[in-house]
Design a protein around this ligand. Structure first.
Ligand SMILES: [Zn+2]
Ligand SMILES: [Zn+2]
Length: 377
């Protein structure tokens, strides 16, 4: 397997040359070169993605190992020589580490190839936009050979290095983002009776929506509804025609997700109608709940080696790996990569985000062992 020094060098190279979602051209080139050097057949897929294949001597099932590739529009504020060389672009979520870890796992699997079946190495672009997994699936990444199960790993800075989580059931939330337009009738601010002011209507919709999670969702379930943007009007003396709002709903169960998305629309519709306004609602980003398969999680827990397995509350963020998990049994493993001292934790997506690089070989070994054991049946 690639050594700690080699994995650190690979990670730092990606860290210095981050690329935003959909623009991962250099990362793609570097990955293809590495896979070629390791003697692994590989090709570009879905624009800037990469897929490699390690075949065993005999036929058998196929396990997919997935890393994401994209960075974030954040300017790196770390004072280290490997900081991002690109202003306004930074690996602030650890996807640089994911690429290095998957190359490490690939090198371990080349050293000890599976006797049967195959391992598909999937480097997926554009995770942060929730677009990459969809594009990879549409480009046929789950076919030829047909993928039976998938495992991904996310480094996690709020958890110290040396610890990990492999949790059955939901691990990350569904993501639904909405745009809502409340339409009234514009008029002079001093003559409201001649129009229909959409601003109090929007205020009523926002206030009423606060009761959806608190009154419609059972207290033992997890869900969140946030309005994150509101815009209306241009002048102090004009009642505007419309109010535009944006927001998001997250849930840990598809039934809760369905109920909340339906109720938000119905409630807003009724409120607007009761005040003689109208309401249009449209949904954009949509990801299902990420559900970990119990059998795969058991396998991963058995292969955790020296990692100390901990528990963790499921996260309310989303991950587009959920689109793979919706189609085949899958597991998202969490690898602690943060400092021991909780005061020193820097969260993901922060301009000074970094990881403890000693976790790179741990992650690589964990993924490779999971694939080996799965293929041994
Ligand atoms: Zn992220
Ligand atoms: Zn991430």
């Amino acid at each position: 397997m690639l050594s700690l020094d080699e994995l650190v060098a690979i990670r730092r190279d990606f860290h210095q040359h981050p690329e935003l979602a959909g623009e991962e051209k250099r990362s793609q080139k570097v990955l293809l070169e590495w896979l070629e050097r390791l003697g692994i057949e590989a090709k570009p897929l879905a624009g800037t993605g990469v897929v490699g294949l390690i075949r065993g001597a005999a036929d058998g099932p196929c396990i997919m190992l997935r890393a994401d590739m994209d960075a974030l529009p954040v300017t790196d504020e770390k004072d280290v020589e490997y900081r991002s060389r690109q202003a306004g672009c930074m690996h602030a979520c650890g996807h640089d580490a994911h690429m290095a870890i998957l190359l490490g796992a690939a090198s371990a699997l080349v050293d000890a190839p599976p006797s049967a079946g195959s391992v598909k190495l999937v480097f997926q672009p554009a995770e942060e936009q929730g677009a990459g997994a969809k594009a990879m699936i549409e480009s046929g990444v789950l076919e030829d050979p047909k993928v039976d199960v998938a495992i991904a790993l996310h480094v996690w800075s709020p958890m110290p290095a040396g610890r990990a989580v492999a949790r059955p059931g939901s691990i990350m939330a569904s993501v639904d983002s909405f745009s809502m337009r409340v339409r009234g009738r514009s008029t002079h601010a001093a003559r409201p009776e001649e129009g229909c002011d959409p601003i109090p209507v929007a205020a009523g919709i926002i206030t009423a929506a606060q009761t959806l999670v608190s009154r419609k969702v059972a207290p033992y379930e997890r869900a969140v509804l946030s309005f994150t943007s509101i815009h209306a009007g241009t002048a102090f003396n004009v009642i505007p025609e419309t109010v535009e709002m944006k927001g998001t709903i997250r849930a840990q169960k598809s039934s809760v997700r369905k109920m909340l998305t339906e109720h938000l629309g119905q409630q807003a519709q009724h409120l607007a109608a009761s005040m003689e306004a109208s309401m249009e609602l449209s949904w954009s980003e949509r990801l299902p709940v990420l559900e970990n398969d119990a059998d795969l999680i058991k396998l991963a827990r058995d292969q955790a080696g020296a990692l100390e397995l901990s528990d963790m509350e499921p996260l309310m963020v989303g991950e587009d790996f959920a689109l793979f998990a919706e189609r085949i049994p899958a597991a998202m493993l969490i690898l602690g990569a943060g400092p021991k001292d909780p005061e020193k934790i820097i969260p993901h997506h922060h301009p000074r985000f970094d990881i403890d690089e000693s976790v790179l070989p741990q992650g690589a070994r964990w993924l490779a062992d999971c694939a080996q054991v799965y293929l041994q049946g």
